[in-house]
Design a binder for this molecule. Structure first.
Ligand code: NAD
Length: 263
């Protein structure tokens, strides 16, 4: 199936590894021209080299902390200088620390909101004028199942990411006549480096073996397995495609059936 992504310009935030990198790789495989960012030069140049080696596509690596407004502005400027515009925006960032209400102060919520909500809002505001001018655009925010079904020990993530869904749903209707779709994707447990680190930490702190960690997670998933970054990226690539032109304002779980609610 031709996704119609050849020569489209995609900016993928926080793509040094994990879901962001897998998404950039998939979009590059579909022929898109890619800009990716991470906070360190070493991680983003290595990710770019890796993707270019796999796909032979154009990949522009940029250093940017998505919580820093000036760095975001500079990054968007560099993508425009290099590629002449941005057609597809994938917002992403790391997750805030795990914990319950008693583990945090209000400042921790402010940091989580900066990391997950404000970074999304900032990037949308910077890229929307370009999309409006072109009468075409795809905005896809990487959030979490926690945005739709709060997870007990992830109060910071639950709070900040629900805000992302509220922002995107409202925005989607306001740009719907301009050829721009705005959607969120809600990954469930997906085997990225982050999950591998959590498994290693589980084992190191004597809570059980790495296999037990994975089995615990998988027990909650109807498919009884974690997703792969490539499965996640396939769904994102479809939402970015021409074929998804009548899909907007959704928060799509990519979770093996983890979310229990009907809607
Ligand atoms: P990851 O930790 O493997 O990768 C996150 C990437 O974001 C890293 O490259 C990191 O350097 C980068 N990053 C973090 N903070 C940044 C910042 N301020 N500016 C720029 N780059 C930054 O995580 P992942 O597994 O790929 O997950 C991506 C997102 O999806 C996270 O927000 C995560 O919480 C969420 N998520 C992941 C899963 C999962 O199972 N993997 C499930 C639900 C939600």
């Amino acid at each position: 199936m031709d996704l119609g992504l050849k020569n489209k310009v995609a900016l993928v935030a926080a793509a040094g590894r994990g879901l962001g990198k897998a998404t950039a790789l998939r979009l590059s495989r579909e022929g898109a021209r890619i800009a990716i960012c991470a906070r360190t030069e070493a991680s983003i140049t290595s990710a770019a080299r890796n993707i270019m080696h796999e796909t032979g596509g154009e990949v522009l690596p940029l250093v940017c902390d998505v919580t820093d407004k000036e760095q975001l502005q500079a990054m968007v400027g560099r993508v425009i200088d290099a590629f002449g515009g941005i057609n597809i925006l994938i917002t992403n960032a790391g997750g805030p620390p795990a914990g319950v209400a008693a583990s945090f102060t209000p400042d921790d919520y402010r940091a989580a909101v900066e990391l997950n909500l404000m970074s999304t809002i900032e990037l949308c505001y910077q890229v929307l004028p370009l999309m409006k001018k072109n009468k075409w655009g795809r905005i896809i925010a990487i959030t979490s199942v926690a945005a739709r079904q709060p997870i007990d020990h992830l109060i910071l993530s639950n709070t900040a990411r629900a805000g992302v869904l509220g922002f995107l749903k409202t925005l989607s209707a306001q740009v719907a006549t301009e050829g721009i779709t705005v959607n969120a994707v809600c990954p469930g447990y997906t085997k990225t480096e982050r999950i591998e680190e959590l498994a290693a930490m589980f084992a190191k702190t004597g809570q059980g073996t790495v296999e037990e960690f994975y089995r615990k997670i998988e027990a909650d998933v109807p498919m009884k397995r974690m997703g792969t970054p490539a499965e996640f990226a396939s769904a994102v690539a479809f939402l970015a495609s021409e074929g998804a032109s009548y899909i907007t304002g959704v928060a799509l779980p990519i979770d093996g059936g983890y979310i229990k609610a009907l809607f």
